[in-house]
Design a protein around this ligand. Structure first.
Ligand code: MOS
Length: 702
């Protein structure tokens, strides 16, 4: 049985966050607030010790002083830690901690201190003396020893290189060619709740309360590494304080929590990664560079698109962001070339951060499009309208519902775009130079097979609905209840939803903007199967469990969401201070399940894009190999004072039942896409200074 489209009533309507009261009263429990009695006294606290050099060998972990500290119970190192089973199927170098003496990056976990209190654990960690033999390391993409190579594939399984048509001939015949180098610095996911876990090993079963975006992925990754059956690893994540991708895949602290618990069977172990350690241990957005070349007719119609992306990757585990894939599908052109190259460096492991690929890619391409508009003397919106592809340029497939033009036109109307001077530096407000900019956005509709749900009828017309999905703060718990209610044809209040537990049917990651669509489809399919099995008025205690492998109409279409971002930027003519005074996003994302949680997601994405545009910059010191801006004082993120007075997100009224049975597509990531480009384009319009490297800071304008 395959899910069929449903009638929507609760879906599309406002519904309060079902976990709102628990959260605002402090009763929602997070990863380190669990244990045998849900209290604090019986825990051991684990504290992680990181490698002091970027490459080399651990000669000795001297724990003498640490173990002499009151409250310190144990120090686990590469000699005493449990042996892992060849680190599972992938041979994952990031996760294979404490197995040998090799150091692959600065900050890699080399010891775990276990103590009766957090204070003792921290003091013990300070007193662990790690003696090392340092080797030569390379931590700088510009180093002569950093050799570029072509990875076999890039993130999410995309092809490394992809071309179409004769790019060189097309460029040679073009009247206008715009060329530039664009860069994104290291950016670090900083969810409010750090990565954390509470773990317990009773000799048979490993139990973890984990701060993760995917409980089943944690269990299925850890179990084979630890020589366990997946049923022997129970992972729960009832509440998670954000992730932005950094909790989408297990990282080394989760392995450390398991190894620590296994070192002290029967004891509960609490492990919270510190904010500073997060900059080394829990993934981040790689630095990346894009060379863009756009060749066009005088009226702006593209003849060739070239996008060559370069990024560093950790030698211990490859991760290469799909930065150039945006250029395969966004605009029409008879010829294009896209490539990705990486250099393996002795650095910590990069991973997912909100819209990997699309976010850095669109910064480059949407600034380049603005430059092409200037070169052709065409309005930036008209330029994009002239390059609309009738079908997906990469696959040739028809679009499910490409409505970028409407996003641009409705956004322009609402923002007040018409009458904008094409000339930069023409508007002032006192000492402020004022400008406006636009950028397009897109994100693919990722739908994950293999999600399951379980539905059981209860007395009083109620239903228990279970799925192992995680709500990382997005509102998933609320919207899944709305979807379940419509699928079962009952009020939202009749649904008892259980999520975030590997004892529930398998669920894929809260990532790739795929959760609501993939989990929601599993719930719809299960509800439809339940009603087929038991009728519309079932007796209490009947149940059905199913797993979804497909949704019928997806194949053969190019499934994407689209959006348009408009920004107004002010630059102080004397100090170069940059402020965003207006920021609007207009999106085509299918049916919105809950306007409140959706608006929150979209505004959050816009602000994270603003943060990348103006503030975020991880600075790596190549002499030592680590990111030195490892706290929120030196790694700036947008704060309340940076929020524009006019911040708004809207969406088109629509329903896309090609993508899901309730007509919605994912919205977690699209609002960070294009936002930094819109802001950089507005900064150019204010000042006449073109900034191609993020973040856009005052020095560029002085
Ligand atoms: Mo998000 S970066 O897909 O977890």
């Amino acid at each position: 049985m395959i899910a069929r489209p449903i009638e929507t009533r609760a879906v599309g309507a406002h519904h309060d966050r079902v976990d709102g009261p628990l959260k605002v009263t402090g009763h929602a429990r997070y990863a380190v607030e669990h244990g045998p009695d849900e209290g604090v006294s019986e825990h051991l606290t684990a504290w992680l010790v990181g490698a002091p050099v970027a490459k080399g060998r651990v000669l000795r972990v001297d724990a003498t002083q640490a173990l002499a500290t009151a409250g310190v119970v144990s120090v686990v190192d590469h000699e005493s830690a449990r042996r892992l089973d060849d680190t599972g199927e992938q041979g994952d170098g990031e996760l294979a901690i404490l197995q040998d003496d090799r150091i692959h990056y600065r900050g890699q976990i080399v010891a775990i201190v276990l103590a009766e209190s957090a204070e003792a654990a921290r003091e013990g960690a300070r007193l662990v003396h790690v003696q090392v033999e340092a080797g030569d390391h390379v931590a700088d993409l510009d180093s002569e020893e950093a050799e570029l190579y072509a990875p076999e594939e890039v993130n999410a399984g995309h092809e490394t290189d992809w071309s179409d048509g004769d790019v060189d001939a097309a460029r040679a015949g073009a009247t206008v060619v715009v060329e530039g180098d664009y860069s994104i610095p290291y950016e670090h996911n900083n969810p409010l709740e750090p990565h954390a876990a509470t773990a317990h090993w009773d000799g048979e079963v490993l139990t973890m309360w984990d701060s993760t975006q995917a409980v089943h992925a944690v269990a299925s990754t850890l179990a084979p590494m630890l020589g366990l059956e997946v049923e022997q690893v129970r992972v729960r994540a009832p509440y998670v304080g954000g992730g932005f991708g950094s909790k989408g895949l297990p990282h080394s602290p989760e392995v450390a929590a398991a190894l620590a618990a296994m070192a002290v069977p029967g004891r509960w172990v609490r492990l919270a990664v510190t904010r500073q350690q997060m900059f080394a241990m829990t993934g981040y957005r790689s630095q990346s560079r894009s060379r863009i070349r756009l060749a066009a007719e005088p009226d702006g119609r593209l003849l060739a698109i070239e996008h060559d992306a370069v990024a560093p990757s950790a030698a211990v585990k490859e991760f290469v962001e799909q930065t150039a894939t945006i250029s395969r599908m966004m605009y029409a052109a008879p010829a294009r070339r896209t490539t990705h190259r990486a250099a393996a460096l002795d650095i910590n492991v990069s991973s997912w951060m909100r819209a990997p690929g699309e976010m850095p890619g669109t910064f480059a391409t949407e600034v380049a499009m603005d430059e092409l508009a200037v070169a052709c003397d065409v309005d930036p919106i008209d330029l994009r309208l002239r390059n609309e592809p009738a079908t997906d340029p990469e696959t040739g497939n028809p679009w499910n519902d490409r409505r970028l033009v409407e996003c641009l036109e409705q956004g322009a109307e609402r923002f007040g775009w018409s009458g904008r001077s094409p000339e930069p530096r023409t508007t002032t407000d006192g000492d402020w130079l004022v400008g406006t900019g636009v950028a397009a956005a897109t994100y693919p509709t990722l739908w994950m097979p293999g999600n399951g749900a379980r539905i059981e009828s209860r007395t009083g017309g109620r239903y228990a609905v279970g799925i192992g999905a995680v709500d990382i703060g997005t509102g998933a718990r609320t919207v899944l209840q709305q979807i379940a209610a419509d699928a079962l044809d009952v009020p939202v209040s009749a649904i008892d939803l259980a999520i975030g537990d590997t004892s529930l049917p398998a669920a894929t990651v809260a990532g790739g903007s795929s959760g609501t669509g993939s989990w929601g489809t599993a719930i719809v399919q299960t509800a439809q199967q339940f009603r087929a099995d038991h009728g519309p008025e079932p007796a209490p205690g009947l149940h059905t469990q199913t797993t979804t492998e497909s949704y019928p109409d997806m194949a053969g279409h190019a499934l994407h969401s689209f959006g348009a971002v408009f920004a107004e930027v002010r630059v102080d003519r004397w100090t170069g201070e940059v402020r965003v005074s207006r920021l609007h996003g207009t999106y085509s994302v299918g049916r919105i399940v809950n306007p409140m949680t959706a608006r929150s997601q979209l505004l959050g994405g816009l602000l994270m894009g603003l943060s990348a545009a103006l503030h975020e910059e991880g600075v790596r010191d190549p002499r030592f190999g680590h990111v030195v801006t490892q706290d929120l004082a030196t790694y700036h993120v947008a704060a309340h004072a940076d929020v524009p007075p006019d911040l708004d997100a809207r969406w088109l009224e629509e329903s896309d039942t090609l993508s899901t049975p309730f007509g919605g597509r994912g919205i977690g990531e699209i609002a960070i896409v294009g936002t930094a480009a819109a802001i950089a384009n507005a900064a150019w319009h204010a000042t006449g200074v073109r900034v191609r490297d993020l973040p856009v800071t005052a020095d560029a304008f002085l």
